[in-house]
Write a protein that binds this ligand. Structure first.
Ligand SMILES: [Zn+2]
Length: 590
């Protein structure tokens, strides 16, 4: 049926509010009630499920073979479905499967919306379909995972000390799994066997996104700051204020980071591991990254989390410096909570945006650092106000993660190629913003200048136009991001001819595959701004061959070439090992 004309003209709200559990049911307010939050999610007309344009909640429990009734919304006057669970009771939160369905739907959509906002474009899942299936009560087990094959997120449940524990009620678990599904779509080669850093990256990055999304909720930061204040303050007027000496980096690390780690459900750590707890305990030291213990992908991922969360606290201290004091040496507690949430939100945007500036293959932490700083500099050249970049650089250095040698510009930015190095007259920029063949033509014509290897299989993996909005002045920044990959298959016995070392015991007839790749970032006039490369081979740079040799040695050491070692994107197995605290990942879990 056609809508009446006047209805069509009514502008529809772009977002709607839905109630979620702010962190997990163990994080409660001063009355002992589970802390909830109302979050913005994209407005859309939902089929029963909820089943929307990007998410389909299917509440089927495989362990008990139960299909729960899908959640349905009644629309308000604007056609926007109304929140069915405003101010939910404790019982509803714990026991109502329909509330659980809303919780996962809202957190998955909020995470997707954060990625789309940060990257300035639509973002696909790591599989061909548009809609991600989400099962909030998938099985009776302490696990939760993303399965590319099923195009789905699965959340388990298990008996706790007092009540059943539901993974779907944990904000950080849901955001973490959603992040796997998104990063898998943005950088499909990051699950390939490569360096220990790349193996650690997916987990570490998903944890950083999950934690910053929790800290970006004002209800959470207010609670954690209040918790500390309530015990020491006393009078109501005092509770409104917070003493400056409790806003040092040491004190904030204790109230916010340790505070949340302490409160997070002990039982849920079976599902998510102890990433926050363990990483906040890692005080800055350059020794970890070289130690054997941090060779393990799970532990190594915690270093990334530690470096990011440490920078978060330092940024916050900087921001609080600029807040006016009231009544001597105190600050308004609500303003402090607001600043804490806003800092987390901005860092979250930076973190996601950095993905576009990473190389498409063989990611190492120093690459991520340069990506983080360069991407932010492009959209917000002036860092003097809160010094996000200064703090990030210092924090990563504190954990032994230095900018990579390619990042020669001051402040560890990626170098810009010289404009006159490239031929552009035979390519059409308009079609380069969306057509992989046109981008390939540019790459082919400029293969020498770009430093690509001759004789390798070369393919453009993606071409993505973006429109990002500058936070300071609201001006748009247009960019096109393209990924290109190169590959050579060769028998191990012939590696020497390429300057690459064969692992000692590897048989000569073993076939090995060498990869390289490059992320190209074009400005709005079609000029190449950055070429972020992990070269396949480079006769003039022995470090490139040395990296390929190191990678083969690592893969050989971890048993990747053993017969039957299936290489898979098994996030499920990865999580189980992490939860069980396994110290060494078997080869097939890379
Ligand atoms: Zn994970």
């Amino acid at each position: 049926m056609l809508a009446h004309t006047s209805e069509v003209l009514v502008s529809k709200a772009r977002t709607r509010k839905l109630t979620i559990v702010a962190q997990d049911p163990s994080v409660t307010d001063s009355q002992g009630n589970i802390l909830t939050a109302e979050v913005d999610v994209p407005a859309e007309e939902l089929a029963p499920g909820p089943w929307g344009y990007r998410v389909h909640v299917i509440d089927y429990d495989g362990s008990t073979r139960t299909l729960y009734k899908p959640l349905e919304y009644a629309a308000d006057g604007d056609g926007v479905p109304k929140d069915r669970f405003k101010k939910p009771s404790q019982r509803t939160i714990r026991e109502n499967p329909q509330f659980h369905a809303q919780n996962v739907y809202a957190i998955v959509m909020r995470t997707l919306a954060r990625f789309e906002f940060a990257l300035g474009r639509r973002v696909s899942w790591g599989f061909r379909g548009h809609q991600l299936n989400v099962a909030p009560h998938a099985f009776a087990d302490a696990n939760a995972f993303y399965s590319e094959r099923d195009q789905a997120l699965f959340f388990g449940y298990f008996p706790g000390r007092r009540a059943t524990v539901f993974a779907c009620l944990s904000h950080d678990v849901v955001a973490h799994e959603t992040t796997h599904a998104l990063v898998d779509g943005l950088r499909e080669r990051f699950t390939d066997p490569s360096s220990p850093d790349q193996a650690a990256f997916h987990e570490g990055f998903a944890d950083v996104v999950a934690l910053l999304s929790v800290f970006s909720l004002r209800d959470v930061t207010k609670l954690l700051l209040d918790r500390d204040g309530g015990k020491q303050a006393g009078s109501r007027a005092n509770r409104r204020l917070i003493d400056r000496k409790r806003l040092t980096s040491t004190a904030l690390r204790r109230s916010l980071l340790f505070g949340l780690a302490e409160e997070m459900g002990e039982e849920l750590s079976l599902v998510r591991g102890q990433a926050l707890r363990r990483s906040v305990e890692l005080l800055p030291s350059r020794a970890y990254i070289k130690s054997d213990e941090f060779d393990d992908p799970h532990r190594r991922g915690e270093l990334l989390v530690a470096a990011m969360m440490n920078a978060y606290v330092e940024v916050l201290v900087s921001r609080l410096e600029s807040l006016g004091r009231i009544e001597g040496n105190a600050l308004d507690r609500s303003r402090v909570a607001e600043e804490a949430a806003e800092s987390a939100d901005y860092l979250l945007t930076m973190t996601i945006r950095a993905l576009d500036y990473t190389p498409p293959v063989h990611l190492e932490f120093p690459d991520f650092l340069s990506a983080l700083l360069t991407a932010d500099h492009e959209i917000r050249p002036d860092d003097s106000k809160y010094q996000f970049r200064k703090h990030l650089l210092a924090s990563f250095r504190g954990y032994g993660i230095d900018p990579c040698p390619e990042a020669t510009r001051p402040d560890a930015f990626w170098p810009s190629p010289r404009g006159d190095e490239f031929r552009r007259e035979r390519t059409h920029f308009e079609s380069m913003t969306r057509d992989p063949d046109e981008v390939f033509r540019f790459i082919w014509e400029n293969r020498r200048a770009l430093g690509l290897s001759d004789g390798a299989y070369t393919r453009v993996l993606s071409v993505r136009p973006c429109l990002r909005i500058a936070p300071d002045d609201g001006f748009p920044l247009r960019e096109t991001v393209a990924e290109c990959m190169q590959q050579i298959k060769i028998e191990a016995g012939r590696l020497k001819s390429l300057g690459v070392e064969k692992p000692k015991e590897m048989p000569d007839e073993q076939e090995v595959c060498l990869d390289g790749g490059m992320t190209l970032i074009f400005d709005e006039y079609g000029r190449l701004k950055f070429a972020v490369a992990k070269r396949l081979l480079d006769a003039s740079d022995p470090e490139v061959q040395a990296r390929q040799s190191r990678r083969l040695a690592d893969l050989w050491r971890f048993g990747y070439f053993r017969k039957g070692a299936a290489l898979a994107r098994r996030f499920s197995a990865m999580h189980r090992q992490r939860a069980l605290g396994m110290t060494r990942a078997p080869a097939e879990e890379w």
